[in-house]
Design a protein around this ligand. Structure first.
Ligand code: MN
Length: 277
């Protein structure tokens, strides 16, 4: 009851105080209920930490705690992590890493503050997600086919100019229908396998949602194409851009299609194949 007619002062949590009374109710409500501020840290775990289920242990606890980021085995025998979430969850997560799963022997956990990157999952990095293939194909126009194995099908793009290792160059990639896993993966009378290998999913968003949302980051382990790449949809249609990410496998100023035209299977170029030699 408001018998006095005088608005009653309602105590509010400090974060909400500035909003109420100055904004419409909906806006104030959003302000008061927004997610807690996230923190991020890079973590390096040393000890007997490979081959003991450490990455699965980290992923399971991260998901339980609402921590996002990634974990990967490093070549030096350590486990590296990027973890972001509420400060309390990060503390709990770090304490769990100091213990590790049964069978692990953790000798040290090193922490460094990091930038919050906006991860939407906690992923195990550095694991194979499937195969990729790049064919050079003489159809009505010459082009390259890029195919990535995703959920039992080959997601496919046509690249008019092919891929590049130069991060400054964006290459047009036109999405085409998915192919079956065993369809058009080999050489034929009109196509060579220009490169192939395994790939890792990357980025902040789980796959295939990342592709559905039009921005997918991945790491290729081919003979010619190596390191991080991104496929970015440019609009509502089939048009995407394929971009090499700036990493140790980038080759600024290079033209890998011109420099290494031959098939990784037969050693023949598409010109030689078409000439019947
Ligand atoms: Mn094609």
């Amino acid at each position: 009851m408001h018998g006095s007619g005088v608005p009653r002062a309602v105590p509010l949590p400090p974060r909400c105080g500035a909003a109420v009374g100055h904004r419409p109710l909906a806006a104030a409500d959003r302000f008061c209920h927004r997610a807690p501020v996230n923190r991020a840290r890079r973590i390096t775990v040393t000890g007997l930490v490979h081959g003991v289920g450490f990455r699965e242990f980290a992923r399971r606890h991260a998901r339980e705690l609402g921590v996002a980021g990634w974990v990967r085995n490093s070549e030096d025998g350590t486990v590296s992590l990027h973890a972001e979430g509420p400060a309390g969850a990060l503390e709990t997560f770090t304490a769990l890493l100091e213990r590790g799963p049964p069978g692990a022997r953790v000798s040290a956990v090193a922490l460094a503050d990091a930038r919050v990157e906006g991860h939407e999952q906690f992923a195990i990095r550095g694991v194979n997600a499937g195969v990729f293939v790049v064919r050079e194909h003489a159809a009505s126009t010459r082009h390259f086919d890029l195919r990535l194995e995703v959920d039992g099908a080959m997601r496919s793009w046509a690249l008019p100019k092919g891929p590049t290792l130069d991060p400054a160059v964006k290459r047009l990639a036109l999405a085409v229908a998915d192919h079956a896993l065993d369809e058009g993966m080999d050489e034929d009378a009109r196509a060579i396998v220009w490169d192939r290998g395994g790939y890792e999913q990357g980025g902040r968003v789980p796959w295939p949602a990342a592709l559905d949302r039009g921005h997918a980051v991945f790491v290729l382990h081919g003979r010619k194409l190596r390191g991080g790449f991104a496929l970015q949809r440019t609009g509502a249609g089939a048009q995407w851009l394929l971009v090499k990410r700036r990493d140790e496998e980038a080759r600024p100023g290079s033209d890998i299609v011109a420099a290494e035209p031959a098939s990784v299977i037969s050693g023949r170029t598409l010109d030689a194949l078409l000439a019947g030699s």
